[in-house]
Design a protein around this ligand. Sequence first.
Ligand code: FES
Length: 285
Amino acid sequence: MGTEYLIQEGGVNIMRSKASIQSHPIHPMLVGFPIAFWVGGFIFDLIGARGSNAGLWAAGFYSVIAGCVGAVLSAAAGVIDFLYTVPPESSAKNRGLLHGGLNTFVLLLFIYVAYRLGSPSAAPDGATLLLMGIGVVILAISGWLGGTLVYRNQIGVDRRYASAGKLKTRTIESWSKPVCNQSELGDGQVLMANVGTERVVVGRCSEGLFAFSDHCTHKGGPLSDGALVGCTVQCPWHGSQFDVRTGRVVAGPAQEKIKVYAIKISDGEVYVQPSELEIKPRKAA
Ligand code: FES
């Protein structure tokens, strides 16, 4: 690894979960626990309250506690994904914020429920059951948002296009440092570089190397995770297509062009210019 830039070795799909075990995201593994325990606890207490069943009261109490523990563990992995996987300034960022906010509210609600119950032998009163019911409903809404984050925004999904290779992501210390060597990218391949607050994608098409913003102008989808076909990149979220040479919209729903950057190649090293420029096609050596 050179001092010019830090490379995350092995290539990382940009929306692949950063909290994972052997490429398996941790957050989805854990979310089932608070859902099962809190919903189960609510059902135990609901049935137990009707029949004055102390055994079910105890099961409800312990389920609420277990749900809170599971929620904290699940949240830790979720926060990592929110910070490091969800693209900034995207609709998924707002959705993730709402998802996390609702889950935090539900966690606090069930902690309060456990406090109200006080012990495994306590019978749940009507207000406690109502609070638990509200918590379960909000949990369902939050779960729906979580599903949208995965199935619509593809957060945590590990996708690879044929011939695209493994996506490399890099953090470049300054614009004066090379982003990559031109030999690193084959036709149809891209890499993503964080330079300051900007996320710049460098890709190679039949006409050479081009640099463009990672940010889709529709809803902020990460273009580095899309497909580069010819000199057109397609956003993975809703399919907008952009010409990487000029940034112009080839197909919607996006209506605004993406930012493109001029590049300079010196001794095989690729430098991206910081200002937005209308670049001319450059033949790679
Ligand atoms: S975010 Fe909708 S097409 Fe890119």
